[in-house]
Design a protein around this ligand. Structure first.
Ligand code: FES
Ligand code: FES
Length: 154
């Protein structure tokens, strides 16, 4: 049975029709057209689907969309300022932290959430914060360097 609801994503309220078992990643991608959030393992293992709900990173593949009603959801599309990349996004490009790009939206969301709560994280804190995000391309070092660059404002 469908439920009429409102999802607030990146500051915009979207009317949606949700089944009880509609996951947040499906609602974002298929109903709202926000395809920046990726669906990889669909089993809470890879982090490609990471978004923030009320500032906390969550795997949207295992989070029901109805759970997000009344909360503020932030996706990778919400990190940029219009056409302007955030400092974190620019740092990923500068440091070569993007290769195939599949992991990048989830990485950016996890790193963004880290920098909100810990503006100047240690290497260990960065690696811990990104431990739930898998990358098959970069070897992680360039991604960690990008987070350091963004934190230092360099
Ligand atoms: S798709 Fe959600 S953790 Fe992999
Ligand atoms: S850049 Fe390809 S999986 Fe991370």
């Amino acid at each position: 049975m469908k439920h009429a609801a409102t999802l607030t994503v990146n500051g915009i309220a979207y009317p949606v029709e949700l089944d009880g078992d509609t996951t947040l990643v499906k609602a974002l991608r298929e109903q709202l057209g926000l395809t920046g959030t990726k669906e990889g393992c669909d089993d809470c293992e890879c982090g490609a689907c990471m978004v923030m709900v009320d500032g906390k990173p969550v795997n949207s593949c295992t989070y029901f969309a109805l759970q997000a009603v009344g909360s503020e959801v932030t996706t990778v599309e919400g990190l940029a300022d219009g056409e302007e990349l955030s400092a974190l996004q620019a740092a990923f490009l500068d440091q070569g932290g993007v290769q195939c790009g599949f992991c990048t939206p989830g990485m950016l969301v996890s790193a963004h959430a880290l920098l909100r709560r810990t503006p100047d994280p240690s290497e260990e804190e960065i690696r811990l914060a990104l431990a739930g995000n898998l990358c098959r391309c970069t070897g992680y070092q360039k991604i960690a360097a990008a987070v350091v660059q963004a934190a230092k404002g360099a």
